[in-house]
Design a protein around this ligand. Structure first.
Ligand code: C2E
Ligand code: MG
Ligand code: MG
Length: 545
């Protein structure tokens, strides 16, 4: 399959998978949101109904206390006219009259009944003498059962308690539950009430089975209003919210799909460009001085790779070394770096055998059977001893276990120095054997950076130095940028070396050799041992030193 086809395939698959994940996530979130909105809608509905319920109850009880003691004869025309007038002016009541023993004697809608009608059964009476009914009928409209209230022989029948604006989906009402007095279906939607949930006697919202409930209870009398709706109705009512969330989820998925495929494509691009650059020996090597902290003399250099992509943009080694490691051609880069180093420094090393050149190697180098022969061969050709070429390894590069350790042993036997790079950033379960073969640790710049701050990381430095001392290891401090950082190490300068912008940036070979020549001209050769600097008060105190 061609590379282009492969990229198109990966891009399509990434967009498809991410978009599907986005759609599903969006839909599920939208559903949760819709149910939340529906519950809130139900709650508002119950609340509005309860306001009307409270008002109607107050009106009913006030009116009953007037009707009960009317000055007119029982069920006389004058009393019925009086009742009618009051009902006409009431907001929530539909009928009123006189009732005795569950039988209605007269009402505003039917007038005086020659034969009392009905066998109405009241609910349990309230303390203030009010007797609630859930099944009273306005006589002219007997098909409707209404809630009612009796005081003495007077009674009233309630009208509908539904707020007119119901909501975006069918809702049902049940009221009250503490002491059933009125129960009715949602006349505005014409849907019969759903089954009543388990606890509708306290305020709250609950989702039970296929039904949502929201209950509101009165604070003035013992009524609770429960609004309920089926989940499918609620979801249907909030279909726009669900659709919106699904679409947004899908779009976010597509965005990530495109981002992923362009990253993939760029990394493939970079990988191929890097491969071409390595094959054409386009990588450059720069050298950063390593100095004795005591004397300030340059004692060596670290070789660091540099690469600009085909557009001329610099790509950091943290990026391209990783790509080369992942795609299995780091060995070619290591070989190129070694050869650059020897080409640039063979003469200097031959003149100053104490000068040490450090190269970074990866885990794959240590396990590659061609690595040691390549080193040996390159050194022989350049007529440079292995003692001058330092191998920098990180704790991570020993992850391959015994094979890597065996390579380190062989390097040591061959006469190379082993420096443990980025010390302190690796795994805590370090292979102790590593320190038997290493002769130097390079303290990572993460530690140097925090000197002078109250970061806890600083507190570890004295322990690291004490450990190095007890194991007889030299120390290179990486990332030294300021005098202040350098001074921190002053009391412990014996076998201490520094690397960082304070001493010099990584520069091309010619520039480095010029600086080195000046350094040699000024004083000691790199082979000379560092002299001890004067101790600086307030600086480092090595634990156990
Ligand atoms: P490293 O081996 O720890 O190299 C030191 C890094 O610290 C270098 O970054 C250097 O430029 C930077 N540095 C030096 N002094 C200072 C300072 O004072 N302040 C700050 N902030 N940074 C300083 P660089 O060149 O970007 O390299 C990064 C890493 O990439 C290296 O870390 C090394 O692990 C890896 N690397 C570079 N070249 C090669 C190579 O040829 N082969 C392999 N395997 N790895 C390489
Ligand atoms: Mg290094
Ligand atoms: Mg390092």
């Amino acid at each position: 399959m061609s590379i282009l086809k492969q990229r198109v395939l990966v891009a399509r698959a990434a967009i498809l998978i991410m978009a599907t994940c986005g759609l599903v996530t969006g839909y599920l979130l939208g559903r949760v949101l819709a149910l939340q909105l529906a519950e809130n809608g139900l709650d508002q509905y119950a609340k509005r109904t309860l306001v009307r319920d409270d008002a109607s109850f107050l009106e009913a009880s006030n009116l009953l206390s007037v009707l009960k003691d009317s000055q007119y004869p029982f069920c006389s025309d004058a009393e019925i006219a009086y009742f009618r007038e009051l009902i006409f002016r009431s907001e929530y009541l539909r009928d009123a009259g006189r009732i005795q023993g569950g039988k209605i004697d007269c009402s505003t809608t039917a007038g005086h009944l020659v034969r009392p009608i009905g066998r109405f059964t009241p609910n349990s009476p309230k303390e203030d003498g009010l007797i609630p009914y859930s099944n009273l009928v306005p006589i002219r409209d007997a098909s409707l059962k209404r809630a009612g209230l009796q005081l003495g022989t007077a009674y009233v029948v309630f009208g509908s308690h539904m707020p007119v604006d119901v909501g975006p989906f069918p809702m049902h009402l049940t009221l009250p539950l503490k002491e059933p007095a009125r129960q009715q279906s949602d006349v505005t939607t014409g849907v019969t009430p759903g089954s009543v949930g388990p606890d509708q006697t306290t305020d709250g919202k609950v989702h039970l089975g296929d039904t949502l409930y929201a209950t509101r209870c009165s604070t003035t009398h013992s009524d609770c209003v429960t609004a309920s709706a089926s989940v499918s109705d609620a979801l249907h009512g909030e279909v726009e919210a669900i659709a919106g969330s699904t679409v947004v989820g899908g779009l976010i998925g597509i965005f990530f799909g495109i981002a992923f495929s362009s990253m993939y494509s760029r990394s493939r691009d970079l990988c191929q460009q890097l491969h071409r650059a390595v094959e054409r020996d386009k990588l450059r090597v720069v050298y950063q001085p390593i100095v004795s902290m005591a004397s300030g003399q340059i004692v060596g250099a670290e070789a660091l790779s540099r690469w600009n992509d085909e557009d001329g943009n610099p790509v950091g080694p943290e990026v391209f070394i990783k790509i080369a490691e992942e795609h299995g051609f780091i060995g070619t880069i290591t070989k190129a770096v070694v050869q650059h180093c020897l080409r640039d420094f063979a003469e200097t090393i031959r003149k100053h055998p104490g000068f040490r050149l450090s190269v970074n190697v990866s885990a794959a180098d240590l396990t590659s059977p061609s690595f040691l022969p390549m080193l040996d061969d390159s050194l022989k050709r350049a007529k440079v001893t292995s003692r001058s070429l330092v191998i920098e390894i990180t704790e991570r590069s020993t992850a391959e276990g015994e094979v890597a350790m065996e390579a380190i042993r062989s390097l040591r036997r061959a006469g190379h120095s082993i420096h443990i790079d980025d010390f302190g950033t690796g795994h805590s379960n370090l292979d102790k054997l590593l320190y038997l073969f290493a002769d130097t640790i390079k303290i990572d710049k993460a530690f140097t950076r925090v000197i002078g701050t109250d970061s806890v990381t600083v507190a570890i430095l004295p322990q690291i130095l004490a450990m190095a001392k007890s194991l007889g290891l030299d120390v290179v401090v990486e990332g030294v940028e300021t005098e202040y950082q350098a001074d921190y190490f002053t009391p412990a300068t014996e076998k201490m070396y520094g690397q960082g912008w304070l001493y010099g940036h990584p520069v091309p070979a010619e520039e480095f050799l010029g600086v080195l020549a000046q350094s040699l001209h000024r004083g000691l050769a790199p082979s000379d041992l560092p002299a001890t600097r004067t101790a600086n008060a307030g600086g480092l105190h090595i634990v156990g030193a």
